[in-house]
Ligand binder design. Sequence first.
Ligand SMILES: Cc1cc2nc3c(=O)[nH]c(=O)nc-3n(C[C@H](O)[C@H](O)[C@H](O)COP(=O)(O)O)c2cc1C
Length: 222
Amino acid sequence: MSDSSRETPFRLLFSASVLAMALVFVSGRLSADIELPPPATEGGMGLFEALKKRSSAHGGDFSVAEVGLPELSTVLWAASGLNRGETGWTVPMAEGLPPYVKIYVASAEGVHLYDHRAHRLIEISGENVKAGIASQAFVKKASHILIFVADPVGLAKLSNKDAATEFADVLTGAMTQNVYLAAAALRLGARYSHSMRIPEIKKGLKLEDDLERPVALMMLGK
Ligand SMILES: Cc1cc2nc3c(=O)[nH]c(=O)nc-3n(C[C@H](O)[C@H](O)[C@H](O)COP(=O)(O)O)c2cc1C
């Protein structure tokens, strides 16, 4: 066997490894979605104790400590996850529809959209937008910021179109109260905020439809 024919299998192996690494790199970038671990659905603090503890964390309470993925998973599930088969949710929805308010998550890792049904985070961008989306200085210190956005696609399914704005606001109220209670049970800091920089949010979240209306923010910290 000549030297060149002996080298061929090694060259092929080398080329295949390089190709595999390139594919992992490319697919890693393309799939920066986040699989959430299962939420906590039993044990933990009782509801009445969580109600006693529910409060808004003060700006100074948002430390640089990261809220972990298991905690984020539980908070998002509490906000609007499936709790009974394929049509039962942790919050009530008009006409039994699926969630018509979207929850975006801004963190140091970027911006993600919560997929209520699949319970995963879909990457919108890798940009850290926390500093720009609100004027209050403490907001950017929060580990994660949940941004509640009225979803025109979901709201279009309502037969009562005139009530769309009101229903999206009511749903945001239910979702954010569940976030407060889950945060209390997990001993996380949480704060609702209406102070938002709408143009920065629209840009950071890539909201293109004017009817995609940011309703509220919730900061989470540890
Ligand atoms: C509709 C609404 C709007 C709010 N907007 C802001 C806000 O813009 N900035 C802020 O720091 N807190 C905001 N908050 C949080 C309230 O200030 C907080 O809930 C209130 O001080 C009561 O405190 P507690 O939640 O600990 O009971 C808002 C709360 C609600 C319900």
